[in-house]
Write a protein that binds this ligand. Structure first.
Ligand SMILES: Nc1ncnc2c1ncn2[C@@H]1O[C@H](COP(=O)(O)OP(=O)(O)O)[C@@H](O)[C@H]1O
Ligand SMILES: [Mg+2]
Length: 251
């Protein structure tokens, strides 16, 4: 990951290189198939929203990428490197930072300990994310560095989980439903934070049911329905496409 100054323009589409390529993925839980030939691409510097209703297969897609739900068929490549069959901790080392649905902090440790526990060099040795930089981007955490993580609110824990993942200097961040279960006022803060990361050039794939959360945050959208990606476009393309939003994303 190369961090640019905040507010640098996102790279133009034409020059974007594919960072993550998911191809023809079939994933099963026991005998029941959940993903059907799923395909998805995330370009370097993009913020892609994987949108779909509850049960569509968003979390399973993330688990497959992170190595927690090994696919029966298909390919997952990060910067050209095949990750199917690679152990979860090696996938993390290869540069994928995964923030699961159930935000996981170490409750008995301070905010700062939670951050330093997550610290490691990126796959190419980069250490762009330091405590100082984290506190710059997450000022709310700077004021709580000695507080036990278990005493933080849900929104603060979500921020801490994202921050801890960044401390591992990943090339790609997977955010599974970052707005889920949070009060509307906190959701706005999380959206601002993700927009800041986008402007810094962090590559993000985020799963969401909430399209409105994504409209001002994402650069691109992929819509998943019943284990298949049925649509992919820029976020503005999705915004303008009433047929798709009515069919797959209305409640
Ligand atoms: N551990 C599991 N075992 C069996 N079925 C599961 C498991 N996890 C998810 N599923 C099923 O897989 C489908 C996709 O789930 P999931 O990927 O969690 O969807 P989403 O994140 O879009 O809500 C759903 O039908 C769900 O019930
Ligand atoms: Mg889910």
């Amino acid at each position: 990951m190369t961090l640019t100054e905040p507010h640098a323009p996102a790279p133009a589409d034409a020059t974007t290189r594919a960072l993550l390529e998911v191809e023809a993925l079939d994933v099963y839980y026991g005998a029941s198939q959940v993903l059907f030939g799923l395909g998805l691409t995330v370009g370097e510097g993009e913020t892609v929203a994987l949108l779909g209703r509850n049960g569509a297969g968003k979390s399973t897609t993330f688990k497959a990428i992170a190595g927690l739900a090994p696919p029966r068929r298909g390919a997952v490549r990060l910067a050209g490197r095949e990750l199917v069959g690679v152990a979860t901790h090696h996938i993390a080392r290869a540069g994928i930072g995964y923030v699961p649905e159930d935000r996981q902090v170490f409750p008995e440790h301070s905010v700062e300990d939670n951050l330093t526990i997550g610290a490691k060099a990126g796959p190419k040795g980069a250490r762009d994310w330091t405590l100082e930089r984290i506190y710059d981007v997450f000022p709310i955490l700077a004021g709580m560095r000695t507080r036990m993580a278990g005493r933080l609110s849900g929104g603060e824990q979500q921020m801490l989980t994202i921050a801890r993942t960044l401390m591992g200097n990943p090339d790609l961040v997977l955010l599974d439903e970052p707005s889920e279960g949070l009060a509307p006022i906190i959701v706005v803060e999380i959206a601002k934070l993700i927009a800041t990361l986008r402007e810094m050039g962090v590559t993000i794939l985020m799963a969401e049911q909430n399209m409105h959360f994504c409209l001002d945050v994402a650069t691109h959208a992929a819509v998943i329905d019943k284990g298949v990606v049925v649509y992919r476009d820029t976020i503005d393309g999705l915004r303008a496409n009433r047929e798709i939003t009515d069919r797959y994303l209305s409640i």
